[in-house]
Design a protein around this ligand. Structure first.
Ligand code: 6PG
Length: 253
């Protein structure tokens, strides 16, 4: 494993899954030890599923974890594309977590903007933060081949949102619901899990020296993830295939 500033590079996808599970268990246990509970936002996509399967076997105080989703496809919660369904099948339905500690994104009003506002109210209420930006303990993120993260897609209006915590987004015209940058960046620990050669191009652009921040964020939204709290930490966990896309100055070994 190679660690360079806020990068960890592991050999392959299998090693990334193991490392991601270990880091997540450690972060959850630390949050519970320090604050009595862990507030955790999950990512969707394909990378997390095997990680969630490993978390189902972890020894954690399931009564003290609150689960949110950083984004969701605008489909019913039992739809095959649902991020909530994936996490429940891989993990949440296999551990004794109180059902009222699991906060799936509502997708049943027929209007993504309405459901985004509902979810923002849910997050604020669950975290006891009626105003300002709540501090989640852990936010887990993936990155698409195009450099999107959560459902913050290149060139979409939600990238400029700085007041709302949750907004409706879209992918190729398909509605999504997503955390906005303020909520993601306000977290204590933000983890990217990125595996595979298909991520090289976006990583190369995101970490290219000298790229203008504004353009880079619009084209590669994952570059907009930057902790905004004094205690915030960001870690990019990459497998070697993805890390080959990093500029030479960031690769080691
Ligand atoms: C989603 C995810 C999305 C995902 C990336 C990477 O709803 O699909 O939240 O942001 O993390 O698309 O997906 P992979 O892990 O499948 O590469």
């Amino acid at each position: 494993m190679t660690t360079v500033s806020n990068f960890q590079i592991v050999a392959d996808r299998a090693a990334l899954v193991e490392r991601a599970a270990t880091l997540t268990v450690e972060a959850i246990a630390a949050a519970i030890a320090q604050r009595g509970q862990c507030t955790l936002a999950l990512s969707g996509g394909s990378t997390p599923r095997p990680v969630y399967e490993r978390l189902a076997a972890a020894d954690l105080d399931w009564q003290k974890i609150l689960i949110f989703w950083g984004d969701e496809r605008y489909v019913p919660q039992d739809h095959p594309d649902s991020n909530a369904r994936m996490a429940r099948e891989a993990w949440l339905d296999r551990v004794p977590m109180p059902p009222d500690h699991i906060y799936p994104v509502p997708t049943d009003s027929g209007d993504a903007a309405i459901d985004a506002a509902r979810y923002e109210a849910t997050v604020r209420s669950a975290l006891g933060c009626p105003e300002g930006v709540p501090t989640l303990d852990v936010v887990l993120l993936g990155m698409g081949d195009d450099g999107h993260t959560a459902s913050l897609f290149p060139g979409t209006a939600v990238l400029t949102e700085r007041q709302r915590l949750v907004q409706a987004g879209s992918k190729d015209g398909e509605p999504r619901i997503t955390f906005t940058f303020p909520l993601i960046n306000g977290a204590r620990w933000i983890y990217f899990w990125v595996a595979g050669a298909s991520k090289q191009a976006a990583l190369g652009q995101i970490f290219a020296p000298g790229a203008a921040a504004g353009d880079r964020l619009t084209q590669y939204p994952a570059s907009g993830v930057q902790p905004t709290t004094a205690e915030g930490q960001l870690l990019w966990l990459l497998d070697r295939a993805a890390a080959q896309g990093l500029p030479e100055y960031l690769r080691e070994g």
